[in-house]
Design a protein around this ligand. Structure first.
Ligand SMILES: [Zn+2]
Length: 270
C-alpha cells in the first residue's frame, strides 16, 4: 500500500506556509504500462510527489521548497500572473461539487499531428481548493487539486526557469499519467503531446539526453505517439530505436519493446 504523511512547506515565492501530503512508502504491485507508467496497489503515489502553494500556486517537488530555492523576479511574476488566479478561482468553487476537477480541457487541441499551436495555452484544468485561508502562520487548509493540474503547474514553473526539455517532459508525462487515473481522456492526450514535444526537443539537442538513455527515450516518444493515436509518427520513432542502441545485449528489451509496439502493441509490460 501507499503511505502518505502530512508535511508543512514554505513557499519560496510568497513565503506562505502550507500543508501538503507526501509519499512515505509505495509499491509497484499494480504493474507497469508500456509507457513506463508504474502502478501501485492501493492509492497511486503520483499526485503526492508534487506540491502546490495554497496561496500563489507555485508548484514543484519537495526539493523546490527548500530554503536555498530563490526563484527569480521573472519566475515570481509568472507565478502571480498565471498560477495564482487558478488557485484563487478555486477558492470560490464549492469543494467536491460537480464540475470541479476537469473542466473544458484543451477543447481545441484535438487534431492529430502536433502543429505547435497549443504550445502556450494552458490545459484549463481548474484547481479545486479547500480551506485556503488567509496568509499567516500555516494557512491550514490543503489544496485539493488534481495531480494532473499540479504537474502542469510544475512543468510551467520549470519552463519559466528555463530547465532542460528532458526535465520538463517528465512533468508533462506525469500529468498525462495522472489523467489516466482521473479518467480524463482529452486531458491525457493533451499532456501526452506536451510531453512528446519536450522529449523530441531533448533528443534533438546535442546533449539533451545521455547517450545511454537515447534508445529508451526514442522508444518512449514512439509509444506516446501511439497512445495519442498518431500511428505514422509512432512507427517512425519505433524504427529509429535500433540506431540509438549502444549495447544490443543490455538493451535487447528496448529493441523487443519497440518491435512489439510497432507490430502488435500491448498496454502493459510483463
Ligand atoms: Zn506561494
Amino acid at each position: 500500500m501507499t503511505t502518505l504523511q502530512r508535511i508543512e512547506l514554505q513557499c519560496p515565492v510568497c513565503d506562505t506556509r502550507f500543508i501538503s501530503q507526501s509519499v512515505v512508502a509505495t509499491n509497484s504491485f499494480g504493474g507497469k504500462r508500456t509507457d513506463f507508467h508504474e502502478r501501485a496497489a492501493g492509492t497511486q503515489p503520483l499526485p503526492y510527489l508534487v506540491h502546490m502553494c495554497s496561496r500563489c500556486g507555485y508548484t514543484g517537488a519537495e526539493r523546490d521548497f527548500t530554503e536555498d530555492v530563490d526563484p527569480s523576479p521573472l519566475v515570481k511574476e509568472h507565478v502571480w500572473n498565471e498560477l495564482a488566479p487558478t488557485v484563487s478561482a478555486a477558492t470560490l468553487r464549492p469543494t467536491d461539487g460537480p464540475g470541479t476537477g476537469s473542466t473544458g480541457l484543451a477543447g481545441s487541441a484535438g487534431s492529430a499531428g502536433g502543429t505547435g499551436s497549443e504550445q502556450s495555452s494552458g490545459s484549463g484544468k481548474a484547481a479545486s481548493a479547500k480551506g485556503v485561508g488567509a496568509s499567516g502562520a500555516v494557512s491550514g487548509g490543503e489544496l485539493r487539486v488534481p495531480g494532473s493540474a499540479k504537474y502542469e503547474a510544475a512543468a510551467k514553473v520549470a519552463e519559466w526557469q528555463s530547465m532542460e526539455p528532458r526535465y520538463i517532459a517528465d512533468f508533462y508525462l506525469r500529468a498525462a499519467w495522472c489523467c489516466v487515473d482521473e479518467g480524463d481522456v482529452e486531458a491525457e492526450r493533451y499532456f501526452r503531446r506536451k510531453a512528446v514535444w519536450s522529449f523530441q526537443r531533448a533528443l534533438e539537442s546535442y546533449d539533451g539526453v545521455a547517450r545511454e538513455e537515447r534508445a529508451v527515450l526514442t522508444y518512449l516518444v514512439g509509444e506516446l505517439w501511439r497512445r495519442i493515436g498518431h500511428t505514422a509518427a509512432a512507427i517512425r520513432w519505433f524504427d529509429r530505436v535500433p540506431e540509438e542502441v549502444m549495447d544490443p545485449n543490455a538493451q535487447r528489451w528496448v529493441l523487443d519493446a519497440a518491435r512489439q509496439q510497432r507490430e502488435c502493441p500491448r498496454e502493459w509490460f510483463g
